[in-house]
Design a binder for this molecule. Structure first.
Ligand code: HEM
Length: 478
């Protein structure tokens, strides 16, 4: 009796499972057979996971990584796949990338995976579209473009750079990437919230942002202790801290303004508190995480290239000779740092700080011989044209002189800052900050990388052992 019952129960159970699983398999596989033939070639990988694990496998950021190399040689620069839970078109083609970025809001729209959405919050500039995007972006753009030209911003960047380097004097080694993160976050904290490094809130905010980043590439299941759950909690803490600061400021007497970004957005009547918190977090995160990556890349590439270091030193020594002792650097000085600017651009090309961005097709899009179906995800790989031998001679060689060309033809073949309506508003701010920091670094320190500290794409940028440097102060710096 028990046996008959078990067989019946098992049959029922199997039937139930099949009834559940069959439609999913049909959706994933049968549907592919009726896809139009001009969808790019490719593979949809495993059910559910698709090819996501292979796509996300860490690799040197100075290369495309095995996944993209193999897929491009098998299917071409544009191929289909199944990534982050959706059918996807991956583009390693510069022309298609430009087309996608330039058609934001018309044919394509920003579309980030769930963990990014949960962690950044649904009001993040990176995630919103249409009128709300225009409103939040214009606030960010106007603040960033004014700050980077202000003498007191430049002085603060210099002051923080020199005090950080002063703190290295007692050490022979520094974990440079950690130091760079501290430096760039403290610059942003001063300008967004008027918080100085000595404030007890500063290291807490840094800690929360570090937790934040680890959650971006994680499985979005809220299990306590996972990187995703920790990142969501860190976001909630940051949001709470900002709301408390806003409340305090609302109690202030009229006229007692600090003039930082928070004051500026508090004066804007058309923003809700949630929008204020979100835009302030966006600027803090985007402003610190990427600029510290850029600093890491520049320092890494210079360590491999003594002739570049020598040329940089000469540029900064010449600049110093034109200034009085201790005189702060100005925006004009920055504009004269031509070689430094080429080193920064070449580091972005070779090091690939942002590997790709997330989009989806709003309608069926025909591009050359291909069809991108409506609703599919689209991933323009920004790093791919940077390393493409049909666009750059000897692309894997770090060579700042390729940027010396006065018509800057090369800048049309790279897009480290994205493009179109979502072109990064922080481009110049990141460059000024990096150039001023480098000024003091090349004049005051020699450095070597300890072991293989190549930049890694995880897919966000990271360094093995936080870019451990062996450092030595330069005693006589004439
Ligand atoms: C080397 C440094 C930087 C790199 C490589 C970089 C790269 C990028 C890229 C590729 C995007 C486009 C994202 C997309 O299309 O989905 C972007 C957007 C953005 N970046 Fe940057 N960024 C850098 C520095 C900064 C800084 C310093 C700030 C602010 C202070 C900033 C603020 C933003 C914001 C607010 C957006 C969103 C723009 C929008 O969606 O309209 N970035 N960045």
């Amino acid at each position: 009796m028990i046996g008959v019952f078990s067989v019946a129960a098992l049959t029922l159970l199997l039937g139930g499972v099949l009834a559940l699983v069959f439609p999913i398999f049909w959706y994933l596989f049968a549907k592919q057979h009726v896809q139009p033939s001009n969808i790019p070639n490719g593979s949809m990988g495993w059910p559910f996971l698709g090819e996501t694990l292979g796509y996300l496998r860490p690799h040197k950021s100075t290369s495309m990584g095995t996944f993209l190399e193999k897929h491009c040689s098998r299917y071409g620069k544009v191929f289909k796949s199944h990534l982050f839970g959706s059918p996807t078109i991956v583009s390693c083609d510069h022309e298609l990338n430009t087309f996608i970025l330039q058609n934001e809001g018309k044919l394509f729209q920003s579309s980030y995976p769930k963990p990014v959405l949960d962690i950044l919050g649904k009001l993040s500039i990176m995630l919103v579209s249409g009128d709300l995007h225009r409103k939040l972006r214009s606030i960010a753009v106007s603040f960033i473009s004014v700050s980077r030209t202000k003498p007191d911003f430049l002085h603060y960047v210099e002051k923080l750079s020199t005090s950080l380097m002063e703190s290295w004097k007692a050490h022979q080694e520094v974990s440079f990437y950690k130091e760079a993160k501290k430096f760039t976050l403290y610059v942003m904290l001063k300008y967004v919230l008027d918080i100085e490094p000595e404030d007890p809130l500063a290291p807490k905010i840094l800690e929360d942002f570090l937790t934040f980043m680890k959650g971006f590439v994680s499985i979005p299941v809220y299990v306590p202790g996972t990187p995703y759950a920790k990142a969501v909690k860190a976001r909630a803490r940051l949001s709470f801290t900002l709301k408390e600061i806003i409340k305090e400021r609302e109690k202030r007497e009229v006229g007692h303004v600090k003039g930082d970004f928070l004051d500026e957005i508090m004066q804007k009547g058309n923003l809700s508190d949630e929008e204020r918190v979100s835009v302030a977090l966006d600027i803090l995160l985007a402003g610190y995480e990427t600029t510290s990556g850029l600093l890491g890349l520049v320092v890494y590439f210079i360590a491999q290239s003594p002739s570049v270091l020598q040329q940089l030193k000469e540029e900064h020594q010449a600049l110093r000779r034109r200034k009085k002792d201790g005189e702060p650097l100005s925006l004009e000085d920055f504009k004269e740092m031509e070689f430094t600017s080429n080193v920064i651009s070449e580091s972005l090309r070779c090091g690939n700080l942002v590997k790709f961005v997330h989009r989806k097709a709003l309608q069926d899009v025909e591009f050359k011989e291909f069809l991108i179906p409506a609703g599919w995800k689209v991933l323009p790989i920004l790093s791919s044209p940077h390393l493409d031998p049909s666009l750059h001679n000897n692309p894997s060689q770090f060579d700042p002189s390729r940027w010396a060309d006065s018509d800057q033809a090369i800048s049309k073949k790279v897009s480290p800052f994205g493009g179109g309506l979502r072109l990064c508003p922080g481009t110049d701010l990141a460059k000024v900050e990096t150039a001023l920091f480098l000024h003091h670094l090349v004049l005051n320190y020699r450095w070597k990388t300890k072991v293989d500290e190549s930049p890694i794409s995880c897919p966000y940028l990271d360094f093995n052992r936080d870019l451990l440097l062996k450092i030595e102060p330069i005693e006589n710096r004439s």
